[in-house]
Design a protein around this ligand. Structure first.
Ligand code: LMR
Ligand code: MN
Length: 390
């Protein structure tokens, strides 16, 4: 290079690599461009204006490559250079949340809100952390509400409406929650008031309950029903052994005990578990739309007496959820939107878990079902292959 000391030429060189990386979809070139940006950022003579442009692009490219630790270091350098701009602190918080570093994000957001108490973007993110990490419902509601009301760029986002409504429900403030969900629909963050999944294919038919015939998997469900006793035996045998069933981990329980043993998850077979119940897994493997459903799971689900699961919506409208009743004591119920049903041993029912549902176990013995998620029957083969896993 003829003018290696000239920052603009160095920048032009990095940008050219960046563009070529894009054109050729080359990770190698992308890494070269990241390195070139990075070297530029280390120059003692780089001025703030250029540092910002180069730094933001470098962070963007690093995030794309999954280099979050390095990106976070650059975020911090930008904040040092622009300490009076909340925006750059908020960008750091978002990167930290992306890699699930909730505690670190919380500290950044707290600092930001200390300096700019009315920053709506920081407010919604802080409320989100209080809700999902700390379960601090009252304070979460306060921040989520005030952040959404600010209408600042980035605050009209399904996640914030979702968790605000959920926090209100758990606080018993049903009417307020209802209003939040309606506002969410007006702002197009939800498919409907009762269908609040956030990863959707919009054209798919949505209804709370499905009959077997409404899916394209009738013979599969018949096979599950015909073999329910053997499936039950496999599940029950594992229930009596230590360590296989794991507590439900999504903080959906109000009270009680609810455990699951996963056989397939996000389209991947969990081999060590399937070894313990080969018959059940063999049946699942007869249906590609179940075993390959990258937006679902297959699992035994065991619920103990005295359990209540909060009303909730699954993450996506791309799957239907079938339950095969295996051990069903009286006084166990599931509500999906406005229709409540009970399980029957040896029978399958199907619902769309992107719709609001709630579960009660008021009986006196454990309840076990096999949950099998299947791709929504209206998805194309191409969509089933390419939709990102959830
Ligand atoms: C749910 O998917 O939330 C519940 O239906 C699970 C269960 O075990 O009943
Ligand atoms: Mn559920």
């Amino acid at each position: 290079m003829r003018f290696p000391d000239n920052l603009r030429i160095r920048y032009g060189y990095a940008k050219a690599l960046d563009r070529r990386a894009d054109d050729q979809r080359s990770n190698e070139l992308l890494q070269e461009s990241i390195d070139a940006y990075y070297i530029l950022l280390q120059r003692p003579d780089i001025k703030n204006e250029m540092f910002l442009i180069v730094g933001e692009r470098c962070i963007n490219r690093m995030r794309f490559r999954g280099q979050f630790a390095k990106a976070i270091a650059i975020h911090k350098q930008i904040i040092d250079r622009f300490p009076h701009e909340p925006k750059y602190r908020n960008q750091l918080a978002v990167t930290l949340l992306t890699v699930n570093r909730l505690s670190a994000a919380k500290i950044v957001l707290q600092d930001t809100l200390h300096l700019w108490p009315n920053d709506g973007f920081a407010q919604v993110h802080y409320g989100f952390v209080l809700k999902t990490k700390d379960n601090e419902l009252n304070t979460a509601v306060k921040y989520l509400k005030s952040g959404i009301d600010s209408k600042a760029p980035g605050v009209i986002d399904g996640r914030f409406y979702f968790h605000l409504g959920d926090a209100l429900i758990r606080l018993g403030k049903f009417e307020e929650a209802s209003k939040v969900y309606e506002d969410g629909v007006s702002n197009q963050v939800f498919l409907s008031k009762y269908q609040r999944s956030l990863y959707n294919v919009n054209r798919l038919t949505g209804r709370p309950w499905w009959s077997k015939e409404q899916t394209s998997y009738t013979s599969f469900f018949k096979m599950l029903q015909d073999n329910w006793k053997l499936i039950k035996n496999e599940g029950m045998a594992l229930l009596n052994k230590e360590g296989y069933f794991k507590n439900e981990a999504e903080n959906l329980r109000d009270v009680g005990e609810w455990k699951q043993l996963e056989l397939f998850s996000r389209g991947i077979k969990i081999k060590e578990n399937c070894k313990k119940c080969p018959f059940t897994c063999k049946i699942i493997e007869t249906l590609a739309d179940a075993k390959d459903c990258r937006r679902g799971q297959v699992k035994f689900s065991v619920m103990h007496p005295g359990t209540h699961v909060w009303p909730h919506c699954g993450p996506t409208n791309c799957r239907l959820r079938s339950h095969l009743g295996l051990k069903v004591p009286p006084k166990t119920f599931i509500r999906v939107v406005n229709e409540t049903r009970s399980w029957q041993e040896g029978q399958v029912f199907i619902f769309d878990d992107s719709f609001e549902h709630e579960v009660w176990h008021n009986g006196s013995d454990v309840r076990m079902v096999l949950i099998v998620d299947v791709w929504h029957p209206e998805l194309s083969e191409m969509e089933k292959r390419t939709l990102p896993a959830i």
